[in-house]
Design a protein around this ligand. Structure first.
Ligand code: ADP
Length: 663
């Protein structure tokens, strides 16, 4: 086994690899970019090496910098994670030349699977079933159109070099083929500098089922069963599970053996995934092979009880596979959701910002959380906006989904928009829970899964109001215990005004003799109590209901004050109208540790750099937006932790521009 490895990645996967390495007594070296100086993976590793600018092409994608870091720290092997250099054959080769072990397959295997067209040719020879289609070298539009007609519409055009759903076009009929082909080629050229395409029969309501394979350098190869990754948005996975619903043992064996044949055909070593597209009747076809550890590997780990990163290290160090095929078993059911900083209502647009409040599920025997961020970290525009993967393992699928839905309902994130409500809706959707799975699921049930935002309910107004009035309570042994401290204004009642989007609502608060409060809410009156609970939460009584809630109070970009209420089932934001207490607002503003861009624009001057100490009101930078120059000043006295952009760069509204040291 190695004594020290370098992880050429960031985020949750870097943290996840470090965890296993530490358990095995292997020392770890992290690498990081400017934006990641304070990142979780850097804090977790035994050593860390700064490798360059925030943009991946200046750091995580620079082969020489990574090899240099490995040499300088004496790392014997490099784990590439997924993404970045993980499927870069030249990188794997350079590692070999530098005498450093690449924890992954041989460069030739990466190359063989790098082009979807070439991969199909190899699979054809290995007798692995292929989707009816064309993957030849002749790329003339006339020939491609003729092939498409021969396959029969609808067809799918795919970039051979594609990934992440880029360069794909569905074509419904012959007269649309020409323009779709142009579009796919244009996109492929821009993204992969290669406009070679292939054509496939477009399956309706297909499932994405993939097989985890593992091979060692001694000629053994096993499959660790399947994962169903059919729940997708924009052809990207959102929920993955193992085993696949409605899979019968004979088909599992057939798919597993086809995947092993695929791996053997290219002399594979290490962890790999063979992706199949399957019809509802179970017939399946090879789609592609990913020559690395997949994002969704934890569901396989859960049902097999194995640690795939441990297997990777063992195999890379020259060892044999720890188990034979007949020793592998499936135990229960596992599901993984990808919690993303993105807005499902705006076509899944990534959302950036500081995670000012983050409550992820707690890990236990059923629950695993893989994350690369902590509260206070930033989701920057530089990298994938995934906040965490939450994995549940339970005795059966129904129990796993029920548990996951509850976890998503209790997940609290403030600072970025997330897909937690969508994930909760998916895991509790009767059709999905009933076993309906295909790649069109989210689109088909869009109305159920992404309901139009309903007006805030009385409970939300009540909780926000209770949090608000508790702030006015004079200090006492327990300032939140309103029986002791809370005093109303002279007139015997008070009002708190809220804005829910455009709608304004006033809540009247009256103190009753027994120390209780009565709230007059939009929907009627209710008696209420409030006390401080664990974790900064409030224990609230409303009528006959008692529950705990989190309330996050935050100054917004425009100077207003927002309250985000978590009282079961996702966060709800209300704007406080005319805060009476201006000093409190300033205190909250000063809590901010980042200066965000108030408008989309361009940085035209930077007056500070990381490490500078500044005083409140001092100019930090100049932004050109809407044909005007805006100087952004320091909101507090403090030390600059990082400056996220350079002069000349475009920034989006709300982008974190300058970050302050905290504490
Ligand atoms: P990428 O490498 O860009 O992710 P894939 O070939 O893995 O592309 O396909 C991504 C997704 O596109 C699949 O999971 C599936 O949802 C859809 N897809 C791919 N091929 C087909 C097909 N022939 N018919 C229908 N859907 C397909």
């Amino acid at each position: 086994m190695f004594s020290k490895i370098l992880i050429a990645n960031r985020g949750e996967i870097a943290c996840r690899v470090i965890k296993t390495a530490r358990r095995l007594g292997v020392k770890t070296v992290a690498v990081y970019s400017d934006a990641d100086a304070g990142a979780r993976h850097v804090a977790m590793a035994d050593e860390a090496v700064h490798i360059g600018g925030s943009a991946a092409r200046e750091s995580y994608l620079v082969v020489d910098k990574i090899l240099d870091a490995a040499r300088r720290t004496g790392a014997q092997a490099v784990h590439p994670g997924y993404g970045f250099l993980s499927e870069n054959a030249a990188f794997a080769e350079s590692c070999g030349k530098a005498g450093i072990v690449f924890i992954g397959p041989p460069p030739s295997a990466i190359r063989a699977m790098g082009s979807k067209s070439e991969a199909k040719k190899i699979m054809e020879k290995a007798r692995v079933p292929l989707v009816p289609g064309y993957h030849g070298d002749d790329q003339s539009p006339a020939l491609l159109a003729k092939e498409a007609a021969g396959i029969g519409f609808p067809v799918l055009i795919k970039a051979s070099a594609g990934g992440g759903g880029t360069g794909m076009r569905v074509v419904e009929a012959a007269d649309k083929f020409g323009s779709a082909l142009e579009g796919a080629k244009r996109e492929a050229k821009a993204s992969f500098a290669d406009d070679h395409v292939l054509i496939e029969k477009y399956l309706t309501r297909p499932r994405h089922i993939e097989i985890q394979v593992f091979a060692d350098g001694h000629g053994d190869c096993v499959y660790l069963f399947e994962r169903d990754c059919s729940i997708q948005r924009r052809h990207q996975k959102v929920i993955e599970e193992a085993p696949a619903p409605n899979m019968d043992p004979a088909r599992r064996k057939a798919m597993g053996e086809a995947a092993v044949a695929a791996a053997k055909a290219i002399g594979y070593v290490g962890a790999g995934t063979v992706e199949f597209i399957a019809n509802q009747d179970g017939t399946f076809y090879f789609m592609e092979m990913n020559t690395r550890l997949q994002v969704e590997h934890p569901v396989t780990e859960a049902i097999t009880g194995q640690d795939l990163v441990e297997w990777q290290l063992l195999v890379a160090a020259g060892g044999k596979l720890p188990l034979r095929q007949e020793e592998l078993r499936i135990d229960g059911h596992a599901v993984e959701v990808r919690l993303y900083a993105e807005d499902p209502a705006r076509n899944f647009l990534p959302s950036t910002g500081t995670l000012v409040h983050l409550r992820l599920p707690r890990e236990n025997a059923h629950v695993r959380v893989d994350t690369g961020v902590r509260e206070g970290d930033t989701v920057s525009p530089f990298y994938d906006p995934m906040i965490a993967k939450v994995i549940v393992h339970d005795r059966d699928r129904t129990s796993a989904m029920r548990r996951m839905a509850a976890l998503m309902a209790a997940t609290e994130v403030v600072g970025v928009t997330t897909n937690s409500a969508l994930l909760e809706a998916l895991c509790s959707h009767p059709a999905f829970v009933g076993g309906e799975v295909d790649t069109g699921f989210i689109e088909r049930y869009r109305a159920d899964l992404l309901p139009k935002p309903a007006p805030a309910d009385d409970r939300t107004f009540a909780v926000a109001t209770l949090a608000r009035i508790a702030e006015w309570t004079p200090a006492s042994s327990d300032p939140w215990d309103l029986k002791n401290g809370f005093r109303l204004l002279e007139i015997g009642h008070d009002e708190v005004r809220w804005k829910d989007g455009e709608r304004e609502a006033t809540v009247i608060v009256r103190r009753l003799r027994d120390g209780k409060l009565r709230l007059e809410l939009p929907g009627g009156s209710v008696d209420a109590t409030v006390k401080r609970a664990r974790d900064g939460r409030l224990a609230i009584g409303l009528g006959n209901d008692t529950f705990e809630a989190s309330i996050v109070r935050r100054a917004a970009l425009d100077g207003g004050v927002d309250y985000t209420v978590f009282a079961g089932g996702g966060g709800r934001r209300l704007r406080l109208v005319d805060p009476l207490d201006v000093t409190q607002y300033e205190a909250t503003a000063a809590d901010e540790t980042a200066v965000r861009s108030p408008l989309p624009g361009k940085i035209i001057d930077l007056k500070v750099k990381a490490g500078d100490s500044v005083s409140k009101g001092q100019p930090l930078l100049v932004l050109e937006a809407m044909k005007m120059e805006h100087t952004l000043n320091a909101p507090i006295d403090g030390k600059i932790k990082s400056v996220r952009y350079a002069v000349g760069e475009q920034v989006v509204e709300g982008a974190d521009l300058v970050e302050f040291e905290t504490g």
